[in-house]
Every structure is written in structure tokens, then in C-alpha cells.
Design a protein around this ligand. Structure first.
Ligand code: ADP
Ligand code: ASP
Ligand code: MG
Length: 455
């Protein structure tokens, strides 16, 4: 029988220290992964962003403190893995590169998105070097013939030039996967590469946006024609809601692509929202499990599932804003929505939920979009704009949601004392969402979980 080609992705917590790395490597070995995609060690991307900001805005001494913290953390892992000086050399080169880039930002007092992407890329480049070693340590201990080989993801993961949120160019990636990775199907080599990062056609480093390693892994799984994509994290699969929000949350054994996509898009951090696009496109089943406790099993995300409950899971998306655009010109006229969407399109901002009345439209967005000052002023050119912040978007994810009598009553009965700012129902069979005050998010999720899922 043909051996299944498995791509395994390990997140930041699975890269936390040398023990985490070895534990993750054992999981990869047991699963017979052929391509391993890793995130930066936990907290490092945040440290790199802080370093960039500090280099831009503060003293060089303060930037050096963060540089040192990053260096010490990674050198400790290298020491714990008993890496030889020659093997540590590439790490030192990355520290030097990081210092030079930070110096540049400091001197220019300017940290563009382009510079920030190059700086952030150091996190995954460091962790993947360390993990390649951890993998080889585990392979040697298991007396395997296979060998882990480091691959620069930027040699295959070509993107457009939207720094900070670059889009992978799938055709180019498929060709480069053939060129660089087809050997993995008939050799003992296990490739280890970086999630999150890519390169433009003209060689500039990009990133796919926070949490983007899941997406990288899916894109590469598609590129090499993998049979299975595994996402290994710190929880045993996708749960009925974020276990950090609700202690009754429990793992889901199976979920459909459509439901999981809604869950990821509407705030469940467990998967980057774009992860399932390539998996759906190429029908690659996705498994989500814990690298800390792989024996607990996890969740299969696939096209068809056996049971289709009305409410499978719920998500909370914090720090949302509601933008309401009003103009009497909308009365009996057309083209208003076109004008609005054009502005959002020009600014490359995606809208999550939307409702309209005769003369107004309300849209929900991440509050980070307000950093883009000209978006609101461009909208103000043709409508009165009201921005409300400190909101959260609550979503119930399931099946047949828009055709089930009494669902809304059950939802709102359980939160009857809470002000609901906006409701969005009807467009999807799989999603019912509404907005509330940010601070009420955990309480609302707990009450809804009790009503629809229970203990
Ligand atoms: P990684 O670093 O492995 O990518 P993340 O922190 O990005 O891990 O994602 C895992 C976290 O996602 C979990 O620790 C959990 O708190 C959170 N999470 C949010 N929603 C869910 C959910 N429905 N099921 C499981 N975990 C969830
Ligand atoms: N290291 C990146 C981040 O922290 C990407 C990822 O972990 O998926 O956002
Ligand atoms: Mg993640």
C-alpha cells in the first residue's frame, strides 16, 4: 500500500524549550511525518515585534535588552540539545542579522511593515534550526536511518508583496514544491521548515499574518500533494469553545470543513482563519491534536462528518468595532453598498458581519483596522460614520442554523439581561453571530455553552 504523505505543523508552545521540541519530534516520528512546519518558540514573535517597536521609538540600550533575551532563550535550547559549535554557528548568524536589522530601524527611526516582516522571520528561522537538531536527536535515539533536513520556506512559499499579511501564490508554490520537495516521497529525508514566512518574487521576506504557520502548513501540504495535514498544539483538538474561556469546553472528535472555517474566522485561535482554504481546495483531511498529550487523540476536520448537531461550538472574537454608515442618499437609491465595499477593498480590509436598514449599514471589524487612519476619513466622504468600540462578536457554529425554529429564542432567553448590539443571521447555515460589550464575552459564552452544549 502507498505510504501516506503527512505534513505536521507544531505551534509555538510545542517549540517552548528543548524538552517540548524533543516531545514534538517524537510525535512527528510516530506519525511518520515527511514535512514538518514549525512556529517560532512561544513568545518570540511578540518579543520580535517589541524589539522592532523599541528600536524605532526608544534607546538602543533598551533594544539590546530584548535582543539579549531572544539570544539567551535560543542558546539555552541549543545547549540543552547539546548542539556542537558548528551547528550553533547558523544561530549566531541569525542573531547578527537580527541585530543589524534592528540597528537599521533604530538609526532610521522607521519600522515599515517590510522591515517588521524580515525581523519577525528570525523567530521561525531560529526555531526551525533548533527543531531540525531535536528531530535528528530523536531519530538517532530511535536508531532510524532517516535524517531531518532544514529547508528555507522562502525557497518555496512565494507570496505577493502585502507585507504583514501576504498572500501565497499557489501556482508558483506548487512548481517550487515539485522542484525542492518531491524527493521526500521516495527518500528517508524528513524536511523541517518554517511556518508564517514567505518571500516575494523579487526576494523580499514576507509574513502571512499572526498565527500564520497553520496556513503555511496547509499551503505546503497542498503544494506537495499531501494526504493528511496535522496541526499539533497545546490542546487535544478543537473544543466546543476556547477552554481558556469556559471550563466545560470539551474536545470535538469530528467537524466539517465548513463549520471549522466559520469557527476559525470568527475567533477560535486554534486555527488561522485561512488554514482550511487549501485543505478544502485539495480535499486534505486535517487533524488537530496536542503535542503534549498525543494519546488523548484530537479532532478530524473533513468534508463530510457523521453527525451534524445544531450547535457544535462557539467562538468569541474580542476587540471588535461596529462601524455604522448612514446617509439619506441611500433612500430609494442604488450603488451605496458598492461605494462602501470599494473603500474597504481599496484598503484591503475584510468585513466580518454586516446588517443594513433603509439608510444605514453596520459592519463589524477588528479594532486594529482603526490604525488605518484614512479608512474612516475615506468613508466619511460620502456617509456619516459612527464608530463604536470595546465590542465582542459571539458566534454559534453548527448546522441548519438558519432554518431552525426557536433557536434565537433559546439564545436570547439565556442572555436576556445583556444588551445585544447587532445580530447577523441568515447568510450561513453554519453561523449565528451577534455583538455585545467586550467585557461580557466570557459570561455570554459560558451561559450559551451551558444552554446548548452542557457539561
Ligand atoms: P499554537 O501556538 O500551537 O499555534 P495557538 O495558541 O495559536 O497555538 O492556538 C491554541 C489555543 O487556541 C489553545 O490554547 C486555546 O486556548 C485556543 N482556542 C481558542 N478556541 C479554541 C477551541 N474552540 N478549541 C480549542 N482551543 C481553542
Ligand atoms: N510565530 C507566528 C505568530 O506568533 C506564527 C504562528 O505562530 O503561527 O504569530
Ligand atoms: Mg496558532
Amino acid at each position: 500500500m502507498k505510504e501516506k504523505v503527512i505534513v505536521s505543523k507544531f505551534g509555538g508552545t510545542s517549540m517552548g524549550d528543548a524538552d517540548c521540541m524533543k516531545r514534538s519530534a517524537e510525535v512527528a516520528l510516530k506519525q511518520n511525518a515527511k514535512l514538518i512546519v514549525v512556529s517560532a518558540t512561544s513568545g518570540t514573535t511578540n518579543d520580535l515585534i517589541e524589539l522592532s517597536k523599541t528600536a524605532e521609538k526608544s534607546t538602543w540600550e533598551n533594544a539590546v535588552l530584548i535582543l539579549t533575551k531572544i539570544k539567551v532563550k535560543h542558546l539555552k535550547i541549543a545547549r540543552d540539545l547539546e548542539m556542537s559549535p558548528e551547528k550553533i554557528d547558523p544561530l549566531n548568524q541569525l542573531f547578527e542579522e537580527l541585530e543589524s536589522m534592528s540597528r537599521g530601524v533604530h538609526l532610521l527611526k522607521d519600522c515599515s511593515l517590510k522591515a517588521l516582516d524580515s525581523i519577525q522571520s528570525i523567530g521561525e528561522r531560529l526555531s526551525s534550526l533548533l527543531f531540525t537538531e531535536a528531530m535528528n536527536v530523536v531519530l538517532r535515539a530511535a536508531k532510524k536511518e532517516s535524517n531531518a533536513r532544514w529547508l528555507d520556506a522562502r525557497d518555496v512559499l512565494i507570496t505577493d508583496n502585502q507585507f504583514g499579511k501576504a498572500r501565497p501564490l499557489t501556482n508558483e508554490i506548487k512548481n517550487l514544491c515539485l522542484e525542492h520537495l518531491s524527493v521526500l516521497k521516495h527518500s528517508d529525508i524528513i524536511f523541517v521548515t518554517q511556518g508564517f514566512i514567505g518571500k516575494t518574487k523579487d526576494g523580499m521576506t514576507t509574513t502571512l499574518g499572526r498565527g500564520g504557520s497553520d496556513y503555511s502548513a496547509a499551503i505546503l501540504a497542498e503544494g506537495i500533494g499531501a494526504d493528511i495535514l496535522e496541526i499539533w498544539t497545546d490542546v487535544a483538538g478543537i473544543a466546543t469553545t476556547d477552554p481558556r474561556l469556559c471550563s466545560d469546553a470539551r474536545a470535538i472528535s469530528e467537524i466539517s470543513f465548513k463549520e471549522a472555517s466559520e469557527l476559525a474566522t470568527f475567533g477560535a485561535k486554534i486555527l488561522h482563519p485561512a488554514t482550511l482554504l487549501p485543505a478544502i481546495r485539495s480535499s486534505i483531511p486535517v487533524f488537530v491534536g496536542s503535542s503534549f498529550n498525543p494519546e488523548l487523540g484530537g479532532t478530524w476536520v473533513k468534508k463530510d462528518v457523521d453527525n451534524t448537531p445544531l450547535v457544535r461550538a462557539m467562538a468569541l472574537r474580542k476587540k471588535q468595532i461596529l462601524v455604522t454608515l448612514s446617509t439619506p442618499e441611500m433612500l430609494y437609491s442604488h450603488g451605496f453598498l458598492y461605494q462602501i465595499f470599494k473603500v474597504f477593498n481599496d484598503h484591503k480590509v475584510s468585513i466580518d458581519a454586516i446588517t443594513t436598514s433603509e439608510i444605514s449599514v453596520s459592519l463589524t471589524l477588528d479594532d486594529s483596522t482603526l490604525l488605518n487612519k484614512t479608512l474612516i476619513s475615506d468613508l466619511e466622504e460620502f456617509a456619516e460614520v459612527l464608530v463604536e468600540d470595546n465590542l465582542a462578536l459571539v458566534s454559534l457554529i453548527g448546522n441548519n442554523i438558519n432554518h431552525t425554529a426557536g433557536l434565537a429564542k433559546r439564545i436570547f432567553d439565556s442572555i436576556s439581561d445583556i444588551n445585544v448590539r447587532m445580530i447577523c443571521l441568515g447568510a450561513s447555515k453554519h453561523n449565528f453571530c451577534f455583538m455585545i460589550a467586550d467585557e461580557q464575552g466570557p459570561e455570554v459564552i459560558n451561559r450559551l455553552h451551558k444552554t446548548f452544549i452542557g457539561k
